[in-house]
Design a protein around this ligand. Structure first.
Ligand code: DGL
Length: 285
């Protein structure tokens, strides 16, 4: 049934008129090394990519867009996802970015190829890391859309894939809550990460013993310590760092790194800019 649905959704996606042209190759000569880099996600999850990118590429200027009003993306149709992601691309291209990081596993594993052909600048995906040793007992936690993607069927057939329909939305809604942000703890950089989030209930399908637990959604990295505490024998991994390395490699290959003398920065755009800026301070290492 999923395959049929996703074929139908793909047809609808193809029927959509691209808003920003259908170039399959960006025009490298138009890209300016000193231009900013766009980073986007359905909400606060992509901040986990942004933080690492800002550390690794301190001379770069980043613009972050969280589509918090439309979060979560994890249960949306491919058609909706494509339209939302394309709008994000459009926001960034109107700011003259030289590259865009899709800091969302859901978009990166589903409509990425269509998005790439509609983007005039390079796109860098964020995906669950490839586990080389398939004999490791592996759990992939991700959104329902990521779970049913071709990427996951191809690379995670050996693993237990656990689609979590609620966790990203809970993190999005409750981690950034007035109660949470007003506590004394928040003032010294600690949030009550599990207030109103019932991790045990979300993870009730994860009854095995695992060597590797993959956080296949950038929102989950906000709860990395809490998830790791539940899987004591496992190594907990996620795709943020690779996305950042891929970004650096792409910029280097295209001679698009900013001059080292320049000071970098981070700017937040969109209706939830303030929320995302505050949450940026709570990203765990
Ligand atoms: N943070 C996103 C991901 O990496 C999407 C979560 C959601 O909006 O459902 O999959």
């Amino acid at each position: 049934i999923f395959n049929k649905l996703s074929r139908a959704a793909k047809r609808t996606v193809t029927n959509l008129k691209p808003i920003i042209g259908n170039k399959s190759e960006f025009n490298k000569t138009l890209l300016n090394p000193n231009a900013p880099i766009g980073v986007f996600d359905s909400g606060i999850g992509g901040l986990n990519v942004l933080k690492r990118a800002a550390v690794k590429l301190p001379h770069e200027y980043f613009i972050y867009f969280g589509d918090n009003e439309n979060a979560p993306y994890g249960n949306k149709s491919e058609n909706e996802l494509f339209v939302l992601a394309k709008n994000a691309v459009l926001k960034f291209t109107s700011r003259g970015v030289k590259a865009i990081v899709v800091a969302c596993n859901t978009v990166s594993s589903s409509v990425f190829d269509e998005l790439k052909s509609a983007s005039p600048v390079p796109l860098i995906p964020t995906l669950p890391p490839i586990v080389k040793n398939k004999t490791k007992r592996t759990l992939l936690m991700c959104t329902p859309n990521t779970a049913k993607s071709d990427f996951v069927s191809k690379n995670y057939a050996f693993a237990q894939v656990l689609p979590l329909p609620f966790l990203a939305a809970e993190i999005e809604r409750y981690l950034y809550s007035k109660d949470n942000l007003n506590t004394a703890a928040a003032k010294v950089g600690e949030l009550n990460r599990l207030e109103n989030i019932n991790l045990d209930k979300d993870l009730r399908g994860a009854y095995g013993i695992y060597d590797i637990v993959v956080l296949g959604c950038t929102h989950y990295s906000f709860l990395k310590k809490e998830i790791a505490a539940r899987f004591k024998s496992a190594k907990v991994i996620s795709g943020e760092q690779k996305a950042v390395s891929d970004l650096k490699r792409t910029l280097t290959k295209l001679s698009l790194l900013r001059e080292r003398g320049l000071k970098g920065g981070v700017e937040f755009i969109g209706n939830s800019a303030q929320k995302n800026e505050r949450m940026f301070n709570f990203v765990q290492n």
